[in-house]
Structures are given as structure tokens and as C-alpha cells.
Design a binder for this molecule. Structure first.
Ligand code: SF4
Length: 362
């Protein structure tokens, strides 16, 4: 377990605490129209079932904010309204009872409008995530508008912009903040978030923006978020993927459980990559075991290994393990050999032992 979490201020969303060394919170975002209440709630419920603890929604139109009261009423998790171009949508969302909004003050030109939003958030105890985005900074850097900006690198510019934004909130005595700095480049994402910790003590939301498809985006997110989290940086995370948001939640939990930061109430599957020693169809077995374990809502470690030479050692510590041989497999429970069966019975026998383990541990 990592013990070097960065101490920050904290915010609360319902019963959920973000920051101040609280467990890192998993977020995702819907990709349906918020105004379609049933569709939106179905996705929020599916995300919550997967372990998503905060769900962000885009509210680009009045129809979307009109839908919020009912969605908030039925949602099992706290919601965040993404309002970053529309101050009026921000006010509508706050009035609807949203516990948090995502706002980029740089996208709202009129300072008075930003201050109106801050006042409404204060009155309603609504939190705000203030974000700075690499994309908008790159545009500024290329615009040659301010000469000294050319001498600063992107990281410095992002910190400068964030400082400018945060000052607006501090001038208005508003502290209910979460900060974020999004880049699509994992190395830059690490650098800018490290820099934020040197400058601010607000809770930090981590994410790699426009990370890519499931494979590329998962690797980029694991590289950036994993590095930062291992350094104790980050209070909430979102893995952004061009794909089903449910996958984002799975990947986020994999990152957290790999670092032993959090443990989901779900099985943890260990599988060997196979090699020239493998004599069973391990990949197919792994798929079958993974599917069969999906409904289980309890943590246990299950290992599926390709050989009895290295398998038992590699699977040491697993609650239940399968180690393949030539047309057979040996099954272990808590390190004890409990069966040796033909390969075609291996998965069923492993799953029987999983059930025995679960019964005995409850
Ligand atoms: S567990 Fe055995 S089969 Fe699997 S990769 Fe290791 S040596 Fe190869």
C-alpha cells in the first residue's frame, strides 16, 4: 500500500470526500445526451455498477439542465455538470442541485459572469473543478499575442493560467475547488501535475485528455496516472477512452488496484503470458475464467498459469490457481493442491474451488 499520499484541502460531494488523503475516487463521463433522461440514467447506473463513484455529464443546452433535477434525484452517485462554455448552464445546474460543476473560466469572457457562478456555488455549497487544457495553451503560445509567453514552456504557461484562474476564486473567498490540468501527452501530463503540487494544495483530478482508443488510451493513462499516483499525487482519476465509458471504469480500477491504492470488491485475475512450455489452451481458459468471475462481488485472487514448472511459484499468494500441464491441470486453493484434472475439466474445477473459497471466507 502506498503511504506517500499528498495532503491537500478537501471537498465533499454527498458522502464522498475528495482530497486530504481520502481514497482516490474513480470518475467517468456519460456519452449520451443528458436531456434523454432515461438513457442518461441507464448509463449512470451502469457506470455506478462498474464502480464509478462520480459521473460527469455535459449540459450544453437548456434541455440538458432542465433534465438535471430528475437525473440527480435518481442517480446513485454524485454528478458533475460540465458547463465550461456556458455560464447560464452553470447557474441552471447549480439551481438544479448539482453538487459539482466543471468550469473553465477562460471559456467565459465576462469576469462578472464567472463571479455570479462563484456566488451561486457558494450559496448552494457546490464544488467547482477548474481546469486548464494544453490545447488552449498551445493556441495562445502560437498566437504570438504576448511576447513573454514565447519564452515560457507549455508547463509554465499552464501553471500561469491556472494561477490566474485560481486567483479569481480566491479573490471571491471560494475554496471549494478541485484543480486539473489536461494534456494528451503522458510525459507532459506528469510534468504539469507535479508542477501543480508545488504551487497549490487543492485536490487534484488526474486525466490524460484525448488519450486515444482503448489500447492506446489505457496505456497512456496507466503511464501518466500510474506515475503520479505512485508519487502520492492525485485525488480523483478519469481514464478517457474513445470507447465505451464502462471500459474507462475498468481501466481506472486496474490502475488503482495495480498500485494497491484501492481494492475493488471483485476478483483479481492473474494470468501468465504463455511461452514454449505451455501445453494447454491457456488464452481460451483465461477468457472463460474472466467471464465466469464477472458476477462475483468480492475480492479474491485467481491465477491461471500455463505450466506446473513456474506456474505454482508465480501464482503463489493467489486464493485459487490453475496450473496447466500436458493435457491436464493442477488446481490449488490457498497454495494447497486440491485436484489434478484433464485439461477439458480444468476451468470447471477451478470455478468449483472458487465457490468453495468464497463460501469458506464468508
Ligand atoms: S507460467 Fe509457465 S507457461 Fe506461463 S509463461 Fe511462465 S513458464 Fe511459461
Amino acid at each position: 500500500m502506498l503511504t506517500n499520499r499528498r495532503r491537500t484541502k478537501k471537498i465533499t460531494l454527498g458522502n464522498l470526500v475528495i482530497g486530504d488523503c481520502s481514497p482516490v475516487v474513480v470518475q467517468s463521463m456519460t456519452n449520451v445526451h443528458t436531456r434523454d433522461i432515461d438513457l442518461c440514467l441507464a448509463q449512470i447506473n451502469a457506470l455506478a455498477q462498474k464502480g464509478c463513484e462520480v459521473v460527469r455529464l455535459a449540459v450544453p443546452t437548456k434541455a440538458d439542465t432542465d433534465a438535471l433535477p430528475e437525473i440527480i434525484r435518481q442517480s446513485p452517485v454524485p454528478l458533475v455538470a460540465d458547463v465550461h462554455f456556458h455560464y447560464q448552464r452553470a447557474l441552471d445546474s447549480i439551481n438544479a442541485g448539482i453538487p459539482k460543476i466543471r468550469l473553465n473560466p477562460g471559456n467565459i469572457n465576462d469576469r462578472q459572469q464567472v463571479e455570479q457562478v462563484i456566488a451561486a456555488c457558494k450559496a448552494n455549497h457546490t464544488a467547482i473543478r477548474v481546469g486548464v487544457n494544453e490545447g488552449s495553451i498551445v493556441e495562445r503560445k502560437d498566437s504570438h499575442r504576448r511576447q513573454h509567453e514565447q519564452q515560457l514552456n507549455i508547463i509554465d504557461l499552464m501553471i500561469e493560467k491556472l494561477t490566474e484562474y485560481v486567483r479569481i476564486f480566491q479573490d471571491n473567498n471560494f475554496e471549494n475547488l478541485v484543480l486539473s490540468a489536461k494534456c494528451h501527452n503522458a510525459a507532459r501530463c506528469i510534468a504539469v501535475n507535479r508542477a501543480i503540487t508545488q504551487n497549490f494544495d487543492y485536490p487534484l483530478h488526474l486525466g490524460v485528455t484525448h488519450a486515444g482508443d482503448i489500447q492506446t488510451g489505457s496505456v497512456r493513462s496507466a503511464a501518466a496516472l500510474g506515475t503520479l499516483l505512485a508519487e502520492g499525487i492525485g485525488d480523483t482519476i478519469r481514464v478517457s477512452l474513445a470507447g465505451d465509458p464502462l471500459t474507462e471504469v475498468d481501466v481506472a480500477w486496474e490502475i488503482l488496484s495495480s498500485l494497491r491504492l484501492r481494492q475493488k470488491n471483485a476478483p483479481e485475475l492473474i494470468a501468465c503470458p504463455t511461452c514454449g512450455r505451455t501445453e494447454i489452451n491457456l488464452i481460451e481458459m483465461v477468457e472463460k475464467v474472466k467471464l465466469a468471475l464477472t458476477p462475483i462481488k468480492q475480492h479474491l485472487t485467481v491465477a491461471v498459469m500455463g505450466c506446473v514448472v513456474n506456474g505454482p511459484g508465480e501464482a503463489d499468494g493467489a486464493d485459487v490457481a490453475l496450473c496447466g500441464g500436458k493435457n491436464f491441470a493442477v488446481i490449488y486453493r490457498k497454495g494447497q493442491k486440491v485436484a489434478s484434472v484433464p485439461a477439458d475439466q480444468a476451468v470447471d474445477t477451478l470455478l468449483e474451488q472458487v465457490n468453495i473459497f468464497l463460501k469458506r471466507s464468508n
